[in-house]
Design a protein around this ligand. Sequence first.
Ligand code: CA
Length: 652
Amino acid sequence: MTGLDYKKYYESEEFCRECLDTDSEFGALYTPEATIFRTWAVKADQVSVCLFKTGTDAEEGAEAIGVYPMTVGTEPGKKATYECRIEGDLDGVYYTYSVWREGKEQQCQDPYGRAAGANGLRSMVVNLESTDPAGWKADKKWKQTNLNTSIYELHVKDYSFHAGSGVSEKHRGKYLAFTEEGRAKEHLKKLGITHVHLLPIYDYASVDETGSEMQFNWGYDPQNYNVPEGSYSTDCYNGKVRIGEVKQMVQALHQAGIGVVMDVVYNHTYASDGAFHILAPYYYYRQQADGSLANGSACGNETASDREMCELFIRRSLQYWAQEYHIDGFRFDLMAIHDVETMNRIRRELDEISDGKDILMYGEPWAAQAPAMGEGVYPADKANLGKLDSRIAIFSDDVRDSIKGSVFLAKEPGFVNGAMGMEQQISRTFAGWGNPGQTISYVSVHDNYTLWDKLVLTLTEGSDFDTMDEQVLDANKMAAAIVYTSLGTPLMQAGEEFGRTKHGDENSYCSAPQVNCLDWERAERFQKLTEYYQGLIAFRSQIGLYRDKSRGAAERMHTCATEDQLVIMQADNSGSVGDKWSELYMICNAGKDSREVRLPDGKWEKLVDKNSSMLWKKRSLWSRITGKGLNYQGAVSVPEHSVTVYGRKGGK
Ligand code: CA
């Protein structure tokens, strides 16, 4: 059958009636007495389970155990559902499916599998309970205490690869690095962020798990969605080790008061001819009119969230990570490849988990190329934001580009690095672009230049990324101050707080770990900048306004002035219990001269300025000692290249 034949078949009534099986659970369903293997294979002549002692043939003790034919259902809806029950305790046994179609046999791992051997080539039957670290059940009850969410985007290997991380050599670059105390962990805790958002930790294909530690990839190339990546585990051969170690990582972060967001890439698979395709040709992928694969991901295919079994797979996979691994949020890569209805359904289903409403959902509201969706199906992109659940947020490229310039044009600046005429965009950035609940505010993530590199390229003549240039430092502080005093949910790339550089590497997805990793010596050198971020994050968590994710929240942020590289905002922070300031006044001066500005009537305290983001702390200490605030009124001078925040208590 051709791609077009399959397409027609999938769109037929016969297929929907006979083959769509949204009730059955798929995978290797383990009990100590027996394991039921159940899979979904379309138009196959025969499917069998093949059992093995090891995850690959290259290992010691490798041996095939046997081949067990599966039985296909006969009832309507079950005619593509294959099943086989094998007696005995199969915990730790590896398996593949053998699929016969049109006279040819192909083998694949189980796309529904929850454990796998080295490089994810064979799945593994697993007794999941045996992978739980001590105290894991209690971990389920972890709750975020600082409700002013602030997210830190981090790659597992980047975190601890550098010797200065304080992590023992055997755990550097591994999940278990997060279980160790030391410089890196201390840094995370002190920074005050509420969540780390980890770049892909599901099993991806581009790193040979049995190979050198000097390999690196971001991991946007899914191999097994329900299995953790093996190269971050201390033993990629034993399928249980990576599962237990991810759980230990999550537990350790929770114990440090930090939630874990997982970067998920359901929009495409690394191989177009892998397990999905072997079991159900073309089904999990969108097809062009001629039956060929659509390619909205620019990676060779795009998944079809608008096809039932594919949608079901994605929904169940997310449920699984949330429940089994206690994941606190999901970041959807190329979310515009998924349809709005699927995303909203995912939201509703996550909400139903105990404390599931706390699970964060946000994504990239774009695709690499326009996805091939049918009529009446809406991509989860910026244009359809209004159709998305109000608790699904999107990365705001408007925030990003207005603050520091386009990601596509290296030399193009934004507001903080000298662009003229950006005042309106900055005022809208403060207001969360009219929809703070759905806006992720950020200036840098793993893609494109780091913030520091971008600022060096736009503000200096050369490309010296290591000198602590004053101008660059000022612009960096301004960018941070705008993000952390704006509505929307702030997110930053790990290391942004200490001037992270990749020395001009704009797309480091497979660059050396030395280029990508967090340089903990640089972190020490840039300690002052880190403190500036710390102060902003701590300040933000005092302010009730920033917890307001309602559609009306933007009304609380008023524009007072937007002219000549000057933006002045007045924010209404009244009505929140325990808040120290009922109003905030933000003055952003991106110009090269200081400016005189008149504060609105009344007495104001200075909370943040160019040199310190912790004045608010000192001021309250001062107030406690003296019984009065250090007040400002009337005209104040605002230095060049700075953000200053004033606060006023209730009344005037
Ligand atoms: Ca892998």
